[in-house]
Design a protein around this ligand. Structure first.
Ligand SMILES: *[C@@H]1O[C@H](CO)[C@@H](O)[C@H](O)[C@H]1NC(C)=O
Ligand SMILES: *[C@@H]1O[C@H](CO)[C@@H](O)[C@H](O)[C@H]1NC(C)=O
Ligand SMILES: *[C@@H]1O[C@H](CO)[C@@H](O)[C@H](O)[C@H]1NC(C)=O
Ligand SMILES: *[C@@H]1O[C@H](CO)[C@@H](O)[C@H](O)[C@H]1NC(C)=O
Ligand SMILES: *[C@@H]1O[C@H](CO)[C@@H](O)[C@H](O)[C@H]1NC(C)=O
Ligand SMILES: *[C@@H]1O[C@H](CO)[C@@H](O)[C@H](O)[C@H]1NC(C)=O
Ligand SMILES: *[C@@H]1O[C@H](CO)[C@@H](O)[C@H](O)[C@H]1NC(C)=O
Length: 420
């Protein structure tokens, strides 16, 4: 088969149809079409001279390139994508890419000696959409670095050495995706992200964030994904997430959060909430009241002994609740929860009560008398919605609530037969 392909190729070349390929392909590279040049793991210390000026995609991944200068890419004005990841780049001379005004994606990841980027490094890249600078050792970025990239939509700065959010984001008005995962950032200032009005996906996972100024996210009206997991956040002030009206997924897992009050009040479109691996021991009864689209809540590995009675009231979309590894107090205070569980048929995982484990049918078949069987309790519901005041002026109607004392009587059979 490959013989046939070579034969056909040779004939074509002889016929003059592919002359430019053989003419211009550097010997250590592969040129799959006229416009794509692959020089991956080719031991290159410099750009080979024979790369055709018509090249559209150039892959120099995993070589030994150390420096680039203003002449390196001067003739490659048709380039759309350029891969320079996994080299030994130590300095990008200002103006290195100045001729590449058609370039759409630039990959510079895994250049571990790249620590600083000069203001004019990316000058000329007027059509650059995607820039990958992950897994380098960047610790400082000039405030004007990205001001030359008016079309940039995706910026990956994950796994670098940054200790603060660079000021350089102010001109990135087209940016939809930003990753700063795996740096050493400790604080998010009020103005750090204020110009990123198109941002949809913000990844701040695995940093050392413990300070977030109120208003830091206020301008991110289009944000759909916010990842703050694996940081050192202890408090969630009520105004913290103001502005995130389009947010669908919030990651706050593996922080040091101890209490949840009204902080999620503004997230009217939230679907997935990750609060697992914290130290939460209290959740306000209206903490989730406005999250009418909530679908998934992860509360495992916390310090919860019970949940407040109206926590899930009005949340008709809620389908998954993960609760394992909490010191649950399986007493009458959680009665409401069993009833909710039975009527809603949501997937509840990990409520490790000695007398009733949804995952343990053995126990289900053999309830201990006196646990929930005779549980008759009266529960007073607060008539006011604490989180309503915590909200902004555009507060929607709070969910309707019974305002007086209601009496709940729970019989074991109700639970059991509904399940069976
Ligand atoms: C391909 O080669 C021919 C002659 O060898 C030349 O006329 C033509 O301009 C070349 N095309 C490109 C895109 O370099
Ligand atoms: C370039 O090479 C890298 C590493 O092998 C690979 O991940 C990437 O997909 C390649 N890109 C193109 C356009 O060939
Ligand atoms: C760029 O092209 C010019 C002629 O068009 C040539 O003289 C020069 O050597 C080329 N430069 C590089 C770096 O290939
Ligand atoms: C990378 O460059 C540094 C100097 O900047 C040099 O000491 C080192 O040997 C180079 N590594 C490789 C793999 O070429
Ligand atoms: C970058 O933003 C600053 C203020 O945020 C503005 O004055 C400047 O004109 C912008 N530069 C570009 C190239 O858009
Ligand atoms: C767990 O919560 C209890 C109060 O409910 C508190 O006394 C205890 O210190 C908390 N433990 C941790 C590890 O936060
Ligand atoms: C299920 O309950 C039995 C006691 O009835 C207990 O021995 C067993 O460990 C439980 N299994 C799980 C997975 O909790």
């Amino acid at each position: 088969m490959s013989f046939l392909v070579i034969f056909v190729f040779t004939c074509a070349a002889k016929a003059g149809l592919s002359q430019n390929i053989s003419d211009s392909c550097p010997s250590m590279c592969k040129c799959t079409t006229e416009d794509t040049v692959l020089c991956i793991r080719a031991g290159l210390k410099a750009l080979p001279g024979e790369v055709a000026a018509s090249t559209i995609s150039l892959n120099l991944s995993s070589n030994y390139l150390r420096t680039l200068n203003t002449n390196t890419f001067r003739n490659l004005t048709f380039l759309h994508s350029l891969w320079l990841d996994g080299n030994n780049l130590t300095f990008l001379t200002p103006g290195t890419f100045h001729a590449l005004n058609k370039l759409r994606e630039l990959h510079l990841s895994r250049n571990s000696r790249l620590t600083y980027l000069h203001a004019n490094t990316f000058r000329g890249l007027l059509n650059l959409i995607s820039l990958d600078l992950s897994h380098c050792n960047i610790f400082e970025i000039h405030p004007l670095l990205f001001s030359h990239l008016p079309s940039l939509e995706s910026l990956d700065l994950a796994s670098n050495n940054m200790r603060y959010v660079p000021q350089a984001f102010s001109n990135l008005s087209s940016l939809t995706r930003l990753s700063l995962e795996g740096n050493h950032i400790e604080a998010i200032g009020r103005d750090s992200l204020k110009d990123l009005e198109m941002l949809y996906d913000l990844n701040l996972r695995k940093n050392r964030i413990w300070i977030i100024q109120n208003g830091a996210f206020t301008k991110l009206l289009r944000l759909g994904m916010l990842n703050l997991g694996h940081n050192f956040i202890t408090d969630l002030p009520n105004q913290l997430f103001e502005g995130l009206i389009q947010l669908k997924t919030m990651h706050l897992e593996a922080n040091k959060i101890t209490a949840v009050d009204c902080t999620f009040r503004h997230l009217l479109n939230l679907r997935n909430l990750y609060l697992n691996n914290n130290q939460i021991s209290s959740i306000s009864d209206s903490a989730f009241s406005y999250l009418h689209k909530l679908h998934f809540v992860h509360l495992s590995k916390n310090n919860l002994s019970s949940l407040p009675i109206r926590l899930f009231s009005g949340l008709t979309k809620l389908k998954y609740v993960f609760l394992s590894h909490n010191p649950w107090n399986c007493d009458c205070r959680m009665l409401w929860f069993w009833q909710w569980m039975v009527t809603r048929r949501a997937v509840i995982e990990g409520l490790d009560c000695a007398f009733l484990g949804p995952h343990n049918t053995t126990v289900l078949n053999d309830p201990r008398p006196g646990d929930l069987m005779d549980c008759t309790v009266s529960l007073e519901l607060a008539s006011e919605d604490k989180c309503r005041e915590a909200g902004t002026s555009v507060a929607p109607e709070p969910p309707t609530l019974p305002s007086k004392v209601i009496l709940l009587t729970f019989a074991w059979n109700t639970w059991y037969s509904a399940r069976g």
